[in-house]
Every structure is written in C-alpha cells, then in structure tokens.
Write a protein that binds this ligand. Structure first.
Ligand SMILES: Cc1cc2nc3c(=O)[nH]c(=O)nc-3n(C[C@H](O)[C@H](O)[C@H](O)COP(=O)(O)O)c2cc1C
Length: 221
C-alpha cells in the first residue's frame, strides 16, 4: 500500500470482543508483525537523546521512548489480571480480548532535581521545556509510523491513552516504570476483527475540524 493510501485509510477502530479471542496469527507471525512495527517506530525522526538515567541494561537506546509489546495470549492474560482489580476496568478488557498485539509506548521525560524513591503516579505535570516537547513529538511520530504500518498491512488499530493501563496496579503487572509517561497503548486487531466483533467503535473526532481553511492559512509576504 502506498503511504498516501495508508494515511487516508487509517482510522481508529475500537474493537470490542465478548470474550478472549484465539489469535488469528501464529506465534511466529505475531513476532514478525511486532518486529515490523517496532522497526517502523525506530525509523521516526527524533531530535534529542533520552537522559542517561533511562539507559538501563538492554534498554540502552538513546531514543526518547520505550515500547512494550504484548502478543495476543499475553493481552488475554493481562485482561484476566485486570478483571480481578477493584473496580474492574471497562471496555479495555473487551479490546484486550480482541487484540492480536498491544504496543504500549512511553516517552522519557527530562526531569530536574532528585526524583522520589518510589512513584505511584507518572511524573505529571512534567517540565514544559522544548526538549520534553520534542521528546513527545518524536514519540508521537513513532506511534503514527506504527499505526500506518498496521494499516498498510490491513490490521485495524487504535491509539488509546491507556486508561487503567497507566495506573499503578497495571504498571506493576506490566513492569513498566512509573518514571516513564505512557503516550499510547497501540492496539492492533486481527484482520477480520471488524466482521468478527460484536461491536466496533470509531474515533469520536473522526470528522471534526478537517476543512483545510479552518486549520491552515497561506502566508503571503
Ligand atoms: C494522543 C492520543 C490519545 C488518544 N487516546 C484515546 C483514548 O484514550 N480513547 C479514545 O477513544 N480515543 C483516543 N484517541 C483516538 C482519537 O479519539 C481519534 O484519533 C480521533 O477521534 C480521530 O479519529 P480517527 O483516528 O479515526 O481519525 C487518541 C488519539 C491520540 C492522538
């Protein structure tokens, strides 16, 4: 699929399953898809390296973001663990049951001063400087690359803020440090998800604000 077609075809598809689905891809195919999308994320432009404090063990990359991938079975396992929480989460369970792959993407804020020994919340608000703005911008570009890549391969997809996945209880299950700030939980659904699902919800703002003169202005000098 041509890039323009992928951009034009990409749309939010929140796929809700009534119970855990068996992945339509083999384990090997799931791994390959995950690797393909991560490679696209790595190709996104980025301006500033992440702070040294984030370069831990294998996670030594200078990229200002980190990606955590969950295959279909792990999404179902996560749903079972989240179901046991009080109160149990809502529609995210239905999406985890449907997902073929989940790529949780965090960005790595520059922080100033000594961080607390333990965090039960993400470091919000973060310092609103140019570097942090550009860390987020780079991470967003990486996420969009993955959405377009999934669209090009005809996998319905959805960029979620993460909801309950941001919270302390889920972060402990996922082992994602609270020092990192979740920017997107990227759901990748099976190719036949739209026919298979009891319900699919579109993005609320799909048609909103698209008229060119309403967001662009020609500069004449
Ligand atoms: C940073 C970001 C976070 C988002 N988080 C959510 C979310 O938590 N829940 C949701 O329903 N949609 C979320 N969306 C998807 C938007 O609702 C969707 O992109 C918008 O309605 C436009 O629809 P489209 O993606 O089909 O063009 C998010 C999009 C972005 C860029």
């Amino acid at each position: 699929m041509h890039t323009t077609d992928a951009i034009n075809t990409r749309r939010t598809a929140k796929v809700l399953a009534e119970g855990p689905w068996t992945p339509s891809l083999t384990q090997d195919e799931q791994e390959k898809l995950s690797e393909h999308l991560l490679n696209l994320a790595a190709k996104a432009p980025y301006h500033y390296k992440s702070a040294e404090r984030y370069k831990i063990g294998m996670q030594s990359s200078s990229l200002p973001f980190r990606c955590y991938t969950l295959d279909g079975a792990t999404c179902n396992a996560l749903a079972s663990k989240l179901e046991a929480l009080d109160p149990p989460p809502g529609k995210i369970l239905n999406m985890l049951w449907a997902a073929e792959l989940l790529i949780i993407t965090t960005w790595l804020p520059d922080i100033f001063g000594t961080p607390p020994e333990q965090r039960i919340m993400e470091p919000l608000p973060f310092v609103g400087n140019l570097r942090n703005m550009e860390h987020i911008a780079a991470t967003s570009a990486a996420i969009q690359n993955m959405l377009l890549g999934a669209t090009a391969e005809e996998y319905p997809n959805y960029w979620s803020s993460g909801g309950v996945l941001r919270q302390d209880a889920a972060r402990k299950i996922l082992q994602i440090s609270m020092e990192e700030i979740m920017l997107g939980a990227v759901f990748i659904f099976p190719k036949d998800a739209l026919e298979k699902a009891s319900q699919t919800m579109p993005g609320k703002l799909r048609e909103e604000g698209k008229a060119l003169p309403n967001f662009s202005k020609k500069v004449t000098l």
